[in-house]
Every structure is written in C-alpha cells, then in structure tokens.
Design a protein around this ligand. Structure first.
Ligand SMILES: N[C@@H](CCC(=O)N[C@@H](CS)C(=O)NCC(=O)O)C(=O)O
Length: 198
C-alpha cells in the first residue's frame, strides 16, 4: 500500500486530494511540520529537501507534489486522472502539470513577497501574465483540459485554493472563484479537507 507523508495546513493537501480521487487504499503518515518531523534523519532519507508531501510505493520513493500527481495518475489508470499515452490531450495535461510548479507557484511567491524580477530572466515571466494565461484557460473550463478533470487540476486547483481563497496572496478573478468552487464541490476534495483539518 502507498504511504503518504503529510502535514496539516500544507501543500500536502494536493496529495491527500489526489489519493482520495483514486479511491485506492493508502496509509497516511503524519509528518507534522510544526514539530520539525520533516527534518529527522528518517524523513530526510525519504525527501532530502525536508518538505512534505512525499510518497513511498514499495521500493519507489518520491516527493514534489506535482510529481506525485503524475506518478499516482499513472499507477492507477482506472482513476482516469491523466489522458493515456498517445491521446493528444496528454500534451495539455503535461503542460498544466508543469505550469503549476514552474509558473504558478513562483508567481504566487512573487506576488506575496513583492520581489521585482527581470521577466525575461525569470522562467515564469511575470506574475500578471501567469495569472492571465490561467484565467483564459479557466474561462474556457470547466477543467484545465476542458471537459475532463485530471491530476493537473489537483496540482493547480489546490495551489489556487490556498493562494486565492485561504491566504489571499493572489487577487481573485471570477474564473478563479468558479474553478475553486468546482474543485471544492468534488467529494474527494471534501474528504481531503476533513483529513487535513486533523
Ligand atoms: N516544491 C515542493 C514544496 C513543498 C513545501 O514547500 N512544503 C512545505 C509545506 S507547504 C514544507 O514542507 N515546509 C517545511 C519546511 O520547509 O521545513 C512541493 O511542491 O511539494
């Protein structure tokens, strides 16, 4: 059975939501970052970055929320969280899955810290453009791939929920609000919220 290392009030929410979407059994290993549990030698052997989430699946171990999305979606194809190999939608799926940590995440941090960056040098360009691009995709909706929900929605939707709704780091837009509402209406999101609340 997969083991998910998680902490309340953290980015591990996306992995909880992901596992709940699969409907597969998994073991949750509480790694409370408020107690320093993520910096013990045992945990650093699992994720040398000392951050949650992390996942163990037999001999396989990985961290990084978006990588966990990609891994679990492939391990449980019956959950239909990723378009199969050869499906043209897979290009969009990979684009959004990488757009999360590559563009949305640093743009959120940039807005929260108000650090000025050279937009040509910064891989995510500038925060305004990142959120404009996301806005345009979400206006088309209902999901990032159109009609089909995927693990990319988990990666980006959980980030938007935190940054827009919970921590108000990013100004909301009608498309963001409607999308977060759609995510939050999913039973797996709701089960994950109950778990994450402890
Ligand atoms: N790039 C990582 C970021 C994970 C991350 O920043 N986790 C935070 C919680 S939201 C953490 O574990 N912080 C504890 C620490 O740095 O000591 C991912 O996407 O999984």
């Amino acid at each position: 059975m997969m083991k998910l290392y998680w902490s309340p009030r953290s980015r591990s929410f996306s992995s909880l939501w992901l596992m709940e979407e699969t409907r597969q059994p998994y073991e949750r290993v509480l790694t409370d970052i408020s107690t320093g549990a993520q910096k013990t030698p045992e945990y650093l052997a699992i994720n040398p970055m000392g951050k949650v989430p992390a996942l163990k699946d037999g001999e396989a171990t990985l961290a990084e929320a978006a990588a966990i999305c990609a891994y679990v979606a492939e391990r449980y194809p019956e959950a239909k969280l990723a378009p199969p190999l050869g499906d043209p939608l897979r290009a969009k799926y990979l684009y959004w899955l990488f757009f999360g940590p590559g563009c949305v995440e640093p743009a959120m941090v940039q807005l929260a810290t108000k650090i000025e960056m050279n937009s040509i040098a910064a891989g995510w360009g500038d925060a305004q453009r990142v959120f404009d691009v996301l806005d345009a995709a979400l206006k088309r909706g209902p999901w990032l791939l159109g009609e089909s929900f995927s693990a990319a929605d988990i990666a980006i939707g959980s980030g938007l929920n935190f940054a827009v709704r919970l921590f108000k780091m990013v100004p909301s837009r009608p498309s963001f609000d409607a999308y977060i509402d759609r995510c939050a209406a999913r039973p797996a999101f709701q089960r994950a919220s109950v778990i994450a609340a402890g």
